[in-house]
Design a protein around this ligand. Structure first.
Ligand SMILES: [Fe+2]
Ligand SMILES: [Fe+2]
Length: 329
């Protein structure tokens, strides 16, 4: 049977009970936090004072920090790209089962939507950012689309999302720490609670893959190896500024995020190690020869990457992002 048909069958089999699985990882809209819980309330008399406080505190942090935060916010706002990608996978049908995979994707998207929402409002109020330039980048990113490099393969795509949810957990968590140090309690709280959402979503995707490993271990192992071999492309890969070419901003953005301590090459390696542990890669049995070799590759990869990462020197160039330049009127 062709591989994608096997994958479809595995996904349809898992779908029968998937609501019971993902139900544990989601929170109803009325019970979960909403962006307004962490922002000045526009119906309150103290609104203007609270905004003034945010503007004052926001002066404390440097451009590297704001650029990193804006990049994180924009990649959150490119959510339509990820939702449409996931709905197109083999074995996922948006007209199908009410309680099936498509329900997970929609509910996950709905939770994620709050992340870009709260960060966008906070960044707007901070007064530190050229919002028009940021908005142009967001529009470009959604319009350009994004090739995750997984085709319609649910195994590879769920490796991607398991990885990305943990990467965003790390980066929002790092923003929270930096903000707390600078006395920006509001930003610290919102970033920490966003990180909490990312962890819940990460655990859901880890569980989906664990279930796939239980029924199709060799193909799952090979899919994981393939994803790590070609490196996980970050959504920020496709960022560009106004009037610039497609995907022209990533290298500069990545340097800035590393300098700010928001997301580094060592975080990437750490995430890989955590995924190896989460799926107990060293203990999976019943593998074909090829899958067993894939497992060996995955187990050795973190150490190999650490040797390479320790040689990376991050430039201290001032990149002059349009996102933080003053608006010229
Ligand atoms: Fe998010
Ligand atoms: Fe996420």
């Amino acid at each position: 049977m062709p591989l994608n048909n096997v994958r479809k069958e595995v996904m349809l089999t898992l779908e029968k009970d998937i609501e019971a699985t993902f139900g544990q990882f989601l929170i109803a809209p009325e019970e979960i936090w909403q962006p307004t819980d962490f922002l000045p309330n526009p119906q309150s008399d103290s609104f203007m004072d609270e905004v003034e406080e945010i503007r004052e505190l926001s002066k404390e942090l440097d451009d590297d920090f704001w650029i990193s935060l804006v990049g994180d916010m924009i990649t959150e706002e490119a959510l339509p790209t990820y939702e449409s990608w996931l709905l197109d996978l083999d074995g996922i049908n948006q007209h199908g089962e009410e309680k099936g995979w498509s329900s997970w994707i929609r509910r996950w998207t709905a939770e994620e939507n709050r992340h870009g929402d709260v960060l966008n409002k906070y960044i707007y109020l901070s007064g530190r950012v050229n919002m028009r330039e940021v908005e142009i980048t967001t529009q470009h990113l959604i319009a350009d689309g994004f090739d995750i490099g997984t085709a319609r393969d649910p195994y590879k795509t769920f490796v991607y999302t398991s990885f990305q949810e943990l990467a965003t957990f790390v980066s929002h968590g790092n923003v929270a720490k930096i903000a707390r140090k600078a006395g920006m309690k509001g930003l610290a709280k919102m970033s920490k609670i966003i990180a909490g959402d990312e962890m819940r979503h990460h655990l859901a995707y880890v569980e989906f893959i664990r279930q796939i490993f239980a029924v199709d271990p060799s193909e799952m192992m090979i899919a994981f190896r393939d994803m790590m071999k070609y490196k996980i492309e970050m959504p920020a890969m496709y960022l560009r500024e106004s009037f610039e070419a497609k995907a022209s901003l990533f290298d500069r953005f990545s340097d800035v995020a590393q300098r700010a301590g928001v997301y580094t090459a060592f975080d990437y390696i750490d995430i890989l190690e955590k995924l190896n542990e989460a799926w107990k890669i060293d203990k999976i049995t019943g593998l074909t020869d090829e899958a067993d070799k894939a497992r060996t590759y995955l187990m050795r990869l973190p150490d190999r990457m650490k040797r390479i990462a320790s040689r990376i020197v991050i430039p201290d160039t001032d990149y002059n992002f349009k996102w933080v330049n003053p608006l010229i009127t």
